[in-house]
Every structure is written in structure tokens, then in C-alpha cells.
Design a protein around this ligand. Structure first.
Ligand code: NAP
Ligand code: GDD
Length: 383
């Protein structure tokens, strides 16, 4: 019999990659998804079989981390060997607008999962992974950040996650539970939500090259992040729960890059050189040159002439609306513990991550434009 895992937040970026990874390892995966007015299972549809199929590998349950009865009932029904608590209001900027909700879902939501396992008498059987975050380091007290670095959260999201972190440690110590925190630094992918900065950049860069968008507006381009690939990071989540005892681990690449440099990399993938000028809110990015062969290879010959006409124009600018009341300026993790104890090694570097996201977004933006132009009629006629 394979193991049974329960994933909260299965419809999100990490939930989708983790579900795929665990199914590949022979797990039966149960996921909690919220009731929403439109389908939002696009990231996991390829893994899902209808209820008529026998021995399904992926089973979905309606639920919400703000509803303890629902969480307790699902855990009782599923009797999981492993719980991955990935569900969260995960957008730092949005948490300033919905601070109470962030505290409820991200903070108390973690308590609901831990307490359900305890009350159901599953403390011996069920191992718990808590999706903790490098945002806990906030106004960083040490560079690079490691497991022992003091926390200094800088947003309602990070404050909620701080509670999630410590209540996980407390349940581990108080009830001898196998409960662990993965302190994950930023990780991205083609499945990343569209309003996180890397995906916002790769989508906009693709649209700009294809002539669908004029410019990209960003907030603090000097912020530095330690970016990895979500595919690599879900392997670490699983490895953490295979250890003999619960513990806390930093998962990071150890390399930090500015938002501005990620913009440069994304355009360079298409042969477009962007030159940055000015400072602060007046900073702009201008098209300096085009490597035509690279552009044709990445984007397509039919888009070249229109794009060449834009040389010298501004394609990146600052919009203060994207600034945060309190910012996290620098994150860089020290993954020594996860490398030595878990044997974890990332496969993707930043260039490979950026390429994966750009390839996917150029394809998706072309497809969207085709459908908008009435291409769906052609597709329908072909069916
Ligand atoms: P994501 O794409 O935003 O996914 C979040 C998931 O949580 C979605 O499935 C969402 O459901 C679900 N969710 C939101 N509120 C919920 C609630 N009240 N009850 C149940 N589910 C709820 O985030 P992600 O990037 O995959 O991140 C996964 C987890 O890791 C999050 O806890 C995040 O805070 C944490 N984390 C992420 C990173 C990163 O760089 N990606 C780094 C460190 C930690 P809907 O689809 O219905 O919205
Ligand atoms: N989203 C966004 N949009 N961020 C921008 C923009 C913009 O237009 N312009 C600049 N930034 C800066 C932000 O101010 C921040 O410093 C950095 O880009 C990264 O922002 P996000 O991609 O939104 O991620 P985050 O670092 O705030 O949070 C993500 O990583 C955390 C781990 O450190 C989320 O996935 C969190 O859930 C996660 O815990």
C-alpha cells in the first residue's frame, strides 16, 4: 500500500507540483480546494480522474483553512500519513489590505490542522509539513539567513506565518509530533500566480515582444530575492517529512538577484537589451538593441519588424502603487543544513528558471491572442 498525503492549497503553484511529485512516488493524494464561482483547478486537471474511476490517485475535498470543523472532518476521513499545509493567503502586498483574513487563514489555519491531528489521536501516524517562509526574516538580522537567524516580520502575511511557524514548533515539542517547518525562500515557475513579480515580468516581457502590451510597471526594482524553481522546492518538502524526526529547514539557492536584473534576464532571453536610466520613481527601462537571430528564435520572425520600430522607447517604468508600506529589501538563504541533512540539491539555476518561464509565457500569450482574434472558431471547426 502506498502512503496517503493530504495537501491544503492543492490548487496553488506548490500544491500542483507537489501533488504530481507525490503521485509519481506512488502516493494517493487528497487535496483541499475552496469552493469558488469559476473552475480554479487548471494546475492539477491533468492529474485528476472523475469519481467513477477506481483507485484514483488524486481525490479533491471542498474545504477552507478558516473552518476548523471542515478541516477536522477531512483529516478524519482521509487518515493521512503526511499533511502538507500549503494553503494560505500568500500575497505579501495583499495582506496589508486583508490583514485579519491573512492572520486567520495563514496563522490560525495552521493551528487548526495541528489541533485536528492531535484531537483525532493521529499524532503517532501523521507527519505535518508547515509552509513557512523567508518573509519571516523580513528586516534581516543576519546575511545570509539560516535556521538560527532571528525573525523580524515586515507584513501582516509574515506576522501570520510567524504564528504558524512557532505553533508548529510548539506542537512538536509539547506533543512529540512529527511536525516540521520548511523555511522556503522565493520559488517560481511557469505555474506561478500572475501577480508575483517574476511571473508579472515574464508575462509582460512576452506580451511586449508580441506587440500586445506597451510597457511593464513595477514597484521596488532594487529588492533582492533568492529565487529557485518550485519543482526543486517540492522535493525538499517531501524529504523533510522522510526524516526520523520533525525539524526546521531553510530551502534556498544561496544566490540573490534584484528585481531589475530579473527584468534584464527575461528580455535578454528574447535578444532584447534593456538599458535602465534614472532613479527611484523616475527610473525607466529603454530598448537599447535587439539581437535579431535570438529574437526570431525565441519569439518569431513575424514580430521582428514591429518590435524594431520600438528601439529607444520606454518599456519599463515605476508605479508607486506597487510599493509596500514596509518592504523586505534583501533575502538570501544559507541552504547548508538542507544540503547536508536532506541531501537536497536544486536542479535549476536562475537562468534555467527564467528560460522555463519565458518559453511558457511566450507560448501562452501567443495562444491567448489567437483565441481572442476568433481562433477558437477555427479550433471548434476542427474538432
Ligand atoms: P499560491 O499559489 O498562492 O497557492 C495558495 C493556495 O492556498 C491556493 O491553493 C489557494 O486556493 C489556497 N488557499 C488560500 N486561502 C485558503 C484558505 N482560506 N483555505 C484553504 N486554502 C486556501 O501559493 P504557493 O506559491 O503555491 O505557496 C504555497 C505555500 O507556501 C503558501 O502557504 C505560501 O505562503 C508558502 N510559501 C510560498 C513561497 C513561494 O515563493 N512560492 C515561499 C515560501 C512560502 P485558491 O486557489 O482557491 O486561491
Ligand atoms: N508582486 C510584485 N509586483 N512585487 C514587486 C513589484 C510588482 O509590481 N515590483 C517590485 N516588486 C518587489 C516586491 O516589493 C518584493 O520586494 C519583490 O518584488 C518580490 O515580490 P513578490 O514576487 O510579490 O514576492 P514576495 O517576496 O513578496 O513574497 C513571495 O515570496 C515569499 C517568500 O519569501 C510570496 O510567494 C510569499 O508567499 C512567500 O512567502
Amino acid at each position: 500500500m502506498g502512503k496517503v498525503a493530504l495537501i491544503t492549497g492543492i490548487t496553488g503553484q506548490d500544491g500542483a507540483y507537489l501533488a504530481e511529485y507525490l503521485i509519481g512516488l506512488g502516493y494517493t493524494v487528497h487535496g483541499i480546494k475552496r469552493r469558488v464561482s469559476l473552475f480554479n483547478t487548471e494546475r492539477i486537471d491533468h492529474l485528476y480522474d472523475g469519481p467513477e474511476v477506481k483507485d484514483r490517485k488524486l481525490v479533491l475535498h471542498y474545504g477552507d483553512l478558516t473552518d476548523s470543523m471542515n478541516i477536522t472532518r477531512i483529516i478524519q476521513e482521509v487518515q493521512p500519513d503526511e499533511i502538507y499545509n500549503l494553503g494560505a493567503m500568500s500575497h505579501v502586498k495583499v495582506s496589508f489590505e486583508s490583514p485579519e483574513y491573512a492572520a486567520d487563514a495563514d496563522g490560525i489555519g495552521t493551528l487548526r490542522v495541528l489541533e485536528a491531528v492531535r484531537l483525532l489521536g493521529l499524532t503517532e501516524k501523521t507527519r505535518i509539513y508547515q509552509a513557512s517562509t523567508s518573509e519571516l526574516y523580513g528586516l534581516v538580522q543576519e546575511v545570509p539567513q539560516r535556521e538560527t537567524t532571528p525573525f523580524y516580520p515586515r507584513s501582516p502575511y509574515a506576522c501570520a506565518k510567524l504564528y504558524g511557524y512557532w505553533i508548529t514548533v510548539n506542537y512538536r515539542e509539547a506533543y512529540n509530533m512529527h511536525a516540521s517547518n520548511g523555511i522556503l525562500f522565493n520559488h517560481e515557475s511557469p505555474l506561478r500566480g500572475e501577480t508575483f513579480v517574476t511571473r508579472k515580468i515574464t508575462r509582460a516581457a512576452s506580451k511586449i515582444a508580441l506587440g500586445q502590451q506597451n510597457a511593464l510597471y513595477l514597484g521596488n526594482m532594487s529588492a533582492k530575492r533568492d529565487w529557485g524553481h518550485a519543482k526543486d522546492y517540492v522535493r525538499a518538502m517531501h524529504a523533510i517529512l522522510q526524516q526520523p524526526a520533525g525539524d526546521d529547514y531553510v530551502i534556498a539557492t544561496g544566490i540573490t538577484t534584484t528585481v531589475r536584473d530579473f527584468v534584464t534576464m527575461s528580455f535578454i532571453y528574447m535578444g532584447i537589451e534593456v538599458e535602465f536610466k534614472g532613479e527611484g520613481v523616475d527610473e525607466i527601462g529603454v530598448i537599447k538593441s535587439i539581437n535579431e537571430d535570438k529574437f526570431i528564435e525565441a519569439v518569431g520572425a513575424e514580430y521582428l519588424d514591429a518590435f524594431k520600430a520600438r528601439i529607444g522607447q520606454t518599456i519599463v517604468a515605476v508605479d508607486e502603487r506597487y510599493f509596500r508600506p514596509t518592504e523586505v529589501e534583501l533575502l538570501i538563504g544559507d541552504p547548508t543544513k538542507s544540503k547536508t541533512v536532506l541531501g537536497w540539491e536544486p536542479e535549476y539555476d536562475l537562468a534555467a528558471l527564467c528560460e522555463d518561464m519565458m518559453k511558457s509565457d511566450i507560448y501562452l500569450m501567443k495562444k491567448d491572442a489567437y483565441l481572442h482574434k476568433g481562433g477558437y472558431k477555427i479550433l471548434k471547426n476542427l474538432e
